[in-house]
Unconditional design. Structure first.
Length: 180
């Protein structure tokens, strides 16, 4: 939810009309939280994005992210963490080393080892910043807007490390895919 609050703030600061909605699925028991963020230069009427029309999905957990792949538009991109929440042994299915078929066939996907990135900075709770760094490489907003959004939405005590993770993945994205 923090990542979407930061992204909404960045969109707003970049001059866009912004709508955001969150759907909580038993999050207190480890269930998914689905957030929709819509923005545009003209009025955005609904905060919920229709299935098959989403331009980008940020997936913070591998299993949950792959369940929403069919929500992408034909030109949409999946930015997905490879992190998986450990399951109770009694609920665990046989682990597979591959992605779900709906993710495998996507042409536009970026898989991010958020655990490895955040381990360099000493706190895996910053995995959301790693994915936001990739999103920032795609969206046409100045990096300063993103840093302002992070700084405005996090406690001052944790801003510096979160900005470092964000800038790390933004830099890696630009090295691999170029700048917009």
């Amino acid at each position: 939810m923090t990542a979407f609050r930061i992204a909404a703030f960045a969109c707003f600061k970049a001059g866009y009309d912004v709508k955001q909605a969150e759907i909580h699925g038993m999050s207190q028991r480890g269930g998914p939280i689905e957030s929709h963020l819509r923005f545009g230069k003209q009025g955005v009427n609904s905060p919920l994005a229709p299935k098959g029309e989403i331009d980008a999905i940020l997936g913070f957990e591998k299993t949950e992210a792959s369940r929403y792949a069919d929500w992408l538009s034909p030109f949409g991109i999946l930015i997905m963490s490879l992190y998986e929440i450990p399951e109770e042994p009694s609920l665990r299915e046989e682990k597979k080393d591959h992605l779900r078929p709906e993710v495998e066939i996507l042409e536009r996907k970026i898989l991010v080892d958020t655990e490895a990135i955040t381990a360099q900075y000493g706190d895996k709770r910053m995995m959301n910043m790693a994915l936001l760094g990739i999103l920032a490489g795609i969206l046409p907003f100045d990096e300063k807007i993103w840093i302002e959004a992070i700084s405005s939405n996090l406690s001052p005590a944790i801003v510096q490390k979160n900005v470092a993770v964000f800038q790390h993945t933004l830099r890696k994205f630009r090295e691999e895919y170029g700048t917009r």
